[in-house]
Design a protein around this ligand. Structure first.
Ligand SMILES: C[S@@+](CC[C@H](N)C(=O)[O-])C[C@H]1O[C@@H](n2cnc3c(N)ncnc32)[C@H](O)[C@@H]1O
Length: 492
């Protein structure tokens, strides 16, 4: 079952092309339209449209729908989609075509692999849409007559339609059961289409896979999410439902090329906007510590921008592809990579490097960022910053020192997820995110009903870096006890 899908009405092209492939202006128009109508664009997620770009929707016209007999089909039989249909036709003398087309353009019959205009002798046969054109009178007759086109030129033609004339969405709409939600979205990662099928669609998975592979440009592999991501490395457990078991992909995110094995590492195209937000915050010369770096969607673009990056991931496969992507993007000189547990990375590399930066550089001239994108458990690593240094180590800091900003990601489930996520961070950090610390609690995306992902951005401080969580708790307890004692004395 899709637990992350949204189904605004969107144009047909989004189904047929991978996200970000704006190679023709119609797709651009479709995306703008999608934004205006739905305002629900999820990056990386292809949403199956329920409205079409055409003036008249083919699937609203009974005669243009696939045959009823295909409903419920579980094994794809392409020949079962054949049907004959009568559609309006206009014969236009060759000499008048240029002048007639603007008058009838909006009535053209537009279907996949079907040319509505055909040359026949010295005229053109133009196929029209049966919804708006029921008869000659449906057309702008006066203007047509001025261009030598009369009712004599109007007739009905019998045409053959087949599997190739419908889009994936149209095919699936005509096959899948009507009483439950159909296929509403999927992600595209290079040549892979990634689905998260609801239980009621599982009997149709092979057919869905074949239709998508047939119809989506450059799609060679269709996989279904086999279980929720609960393994350490967060990579999706995949079930191949159609095509080649070939998971090494090449994709682009925000213009940056990446390569990886999708079956072995974490990659989620729905995070592209969030990655972009962070990368936009960074300037050349800034420092980034990326604690759970994956294959580098924060680190590689940051290194390309000439930030100094220390990127870490526990998964040896992610580590391999992280290095590969840094090399491929020619930014190896700006990135150091580590294959460690996040806590160890904070306690070792980050500790040492940050100390040097704080003591020996002017931190007012650049920014230091720490990204922690492991939303299921990153907050549990926050206590590693508490008491990271002995007070003496930071005794000589300049007064105007600028501390790093931590961007920690977290899921929160329930009613007031924003408040919940703040509490989670405060509890794990052992400090309240007052105005001095807090830079923002930012909604990233809705993951499932009642489950949201947030980024909490806050500044580290001298107190956080030199006082352990336990000491802070003890101090608070003592202060509270003292207050109680004073109140009691006052009362006596
Ligand atoms: C949700 S992914 C995020 C990857 C990438 N930063 C992104 O934004 O797409 C979390 C990453 O943390 C890594 N990871 C999981 N547990 C870890 C740990 N204890 N220490 C370091 N990395 C870990 C996983 O291998 C995975 O690549």
């Amino acid at each position: 079952m899709f637990n992350e899908q949204i189904d605004p009405s969107t144009p047909l092209e989004t189904l047929r092309h991978p996200p970000k492939t704006l190679e023709n202006p119609r797709i651009l128009v479709a995306r703008v339209w999608m934004f205006i109508v739905g305002k629900l664009k999820v990056p990386g997620l292809t949403i199956i449209p329920s409205r079409l770009r055409h003036y008249f929707r083919n699937m609203d016209a009974k005669e243009l729908q696939p045959p009823n007999s295909v409903r419920g089909m579980q094994e794809l039989q392409r020949d079962q989609f054949r049907k004959s249909v009568q559609v309006p036709r206009l014969r236009v003398p060759e000499s008048q075509v240029q002048r007639v087309m603007p008058l009838i353009k909006k009535f053209l019959l537009k279907m996949e692999h079907l040319h509505p205009v055909r040359a026949v002798d010295k005229s053109r046969e133009i196929l029209l849409h049966p919804t708006p054109v029921k008869s000659w009178e449906s057309l702008p007759t006066e203007d047509l007559q001025k261009r030598e086109v009369t009712s004599e030129n109007f007739s009905f033609a019998e045409i053959e339609l087949g599997y190739e004339n419908w889009s994936a969405n149209e095919i699936l709409k005509s096959v899948l059961p009507t009483e439950e939600e159909g296929l509403t979205s999927y992600s595209r990662i290079g040549h892979i289409a990634h689905l998260n099928l609801r239980d009621h669609l599982l009997p149709y998975k092979q057919l869905i896979g074949q239709v998508l592979r047939d119809k989506l440009p450059n799609c060679r592999t269709v996989v279904n999410k086999a279980s929720s991501i609960d393994n350490t490395y967060r990579n999706f457990q995949l079930e191949l439902i159609c095509g080649d078991p070939e998971y090494q992909v090449e994709t682009k995110e925000n213009g940056v090329p990446f390569e990886f094995d999708f079956s072995k590492v974490y990659w989620n195209p729905r995070l592209s906007t969030e990655h972009e937000r962070i990368v936009k915050m960074l300037k050349s010369g800034d420092v980034l510590f990326d604690v759970f770096a994956g294959v580098g969607p924060f680190s590689v673009p940051a290194a390309k921008k000439r930030c100094d990056v220390l990127a870490n991931d526990l998964n040896p496969e992610s580590f391999h592809w992280l290095q590969h992507n840094a090399k491929r993007n020619k930014c190896l000189a700006n990135i150091q990579t580590f294959n460690k547990d996040g806590r160890q990375f904070i306690l070792e590399e980050l500790r040492e490097d940050l100390l040097k930066l704080l003591l020996t550089t002017d931190t007012t001239t650049y920014a230091i960022h720490i990204t922690m994108n492991l939303p299921a458990m990153a907050v549990e690593f926050l206590d590693a910053f508490r008491g990271l240094y002995k007070a003496e180590e930071l005794a000589e800091l300049p007064e105007n020192v600028s501390y790093p900003t931590v961007h920690v990601y977290s899921f929160a489930k329930g009613e007031n997820t924003k408040e919940l996520v703040r509490q989670l961070v405060e509890h794990n950090l052992g400090a309240s995110l007052d105005e001095n610390l807090l830079e923002g609690i930012n909604f990233v995306r809705n993951v499932a009903p009642n489950k949201d992902m947030y980024r909490v951005s806050f500044k580290l401080s001298l107190n956080l870096l030199t006082t352990s969580k336990e000491i802070e708790i003890k101090r608070k307890r003592c202060a509270e006890e003292e207050e109680v004692a004073v109140t009691k004395v006052k009362c006596v």
